[in-house]
Write a protein that binds this ligand. Structure first.
Ligand code: HEC
Ligand code: HEC
Length: 294
């Protein structure tokens, strides 16, 4: 994985270089009445609630690789503001296969978020792209910085007992959580996301000891005759679902709309649903608390 990431960094650096050399970044598109005239940016603004949810999801699932401002990140994801795929996307339909694993071999991991979540992430990405002055130009204002250790650990402890204690314990599965991460940003990303899926930069961080509930996304495929096949989800897009049976046999099914019927089970779903519940203060408090758990 490290090597793949390194290759991806090299690749995107080379591709970026080529683009820069052959096709200079176009000047900022003329703006009329606040609406960009760049064709792909002439869109109705999305529902702000959807955009906000997409922003949260982006922060968890994409930011490490594509950067806080979409211009590429530490872990090797390319600049999404220059991506023609993003520019041609309307509401996530082109992002979906990529997010669900079609570029796995190029270093973009499969991320098991639902089609609805992909729409939200797309709305967020488009909202940032629409505000970008010109593709690849530096972001307006000061660079995005993040100081996450600003919370109150006592309040965080109380919040943890109330909201997290049903599933976790700091003397059990989360013991030593404050020392297991290279820094507070990583710690916060880890707990808000509920861990890192395999391949999502896992090699860049020390993996926590295995938990009995180690995340495994499973899938049930029900064929028209009623025959069910269950296993670990390997890959899913609009056309294909691939899984591994309990005995290790790989299986895959072509998809055509609702046939066969596919149900994805993600043990993290309950954890992720909490996203809607946290306030910024809760997040800062819990991070400050977890950072103090040595
Ligand atoms: C582990 C790092 C990583 C994570 C996490 C990640 N990506 Fe990527 N992404 C990449 C890499 C590397 C590529 C380049 C793949 C290629 O060369 O085709 C890429 C490519 C893409 C592309 C295609 C860009 C283009 O123009 O070809 C899109 C769109 C994209 N990612 C969106 C996302 C979104 C949205 C998320 C979060 C839901 C995400 N990525 C999470 C690493 C990552
Ligand atoms: C309904 C149960 C549930 C609740 C409530 C919940 N989580 Fe989780 N959490 C999970 C599951 C399931 C995982 C995935 C475990 C895995 O991947 O091994 C997880 C993963 C995590 C991880 C990553 C653990 C690791 O070692 O990779 C952290 C940290 C975490 N949760 C913190 C929290 C905090 C903090 C709260 C409260 C704000 C919370 N969780 C609330 C179910 C829950």
């Amino acid at each position: 994985m490290k090597q793949m990431l390194a290759t991806a960094v090299l690749l995107s650096a080379t591709v970026g270089g080529l683009i820069a050399a052959q096709a200079p970044v176009p000047p900022a598109p003329p703006v009329r009445g606040g609406v960009s005239s760049f064709p792909a940016q002439q869109r109705e603004p999305d529902d702000p609630v959807l955009v906000a949810r997409g922003g949260d999801l982006y922060g968890i699932e994409c930011r490490g690789c594509h950067g806080p401002d979409l211009r590429g990140g530490e872990m090797g994801g390319p600049n999404l503001l220059r991506s023609s795929l993003v520019l041609n996307d309307q509401s996530g339909e082109l992002l979906l296969p990529v997010i669900h694993g079609s570029r796995k071999d190029q270093g973009m991991p499969a991320i098991g978020i639902s089609a609805e979540d992909v729409k939200a992430v797309a709305a967020f990405i488009h909202s940032v792209a629409a505000k970008a002055p010109g593709q690849g130009a530096p972001p307006p204002g000061p660079p995005v910085t993040l100081n996450v250790l600003v919370g109150d650990p006592k309040a965080g402890e109380a919040y943890f007992s109330a909201k997290c204690g049903t599933c976790h314990s700091i003397t059990g599965d989360l013991s030593g959580i404050g020392t297991r991460n290279p820094g507070p940003v990583q710690l916060q990303n880890l707990w808000v996301a509920g861990g890192r899926g395999g391949g999502r930069g896992a090699s860049l961080e020390r993996r926590p000891p295995p938990m009995t509930t180690r995340r495994e996304i499973t899938v049930t495929v029900t064929q028209p005759g009623g025959k069910k096949t269950e296993g670990r989800l390997e890959r899913i897009d609009d056309f294909l679902v691939a899984l591994t049976l309990a005995d290790g046999t790989p299986r895959s099914f072509r998809r055509d709309g609702e046939i066969p019927y596919v149900e994805v089970h993600d043990p993290l779903e309950a954890h992720r649903n909490l996203l809607a519940v946290y306030s910024d203060k809760d997040i800062h408090d819990v991070t400050a608390y977890l950072a103090s758990v040595k």
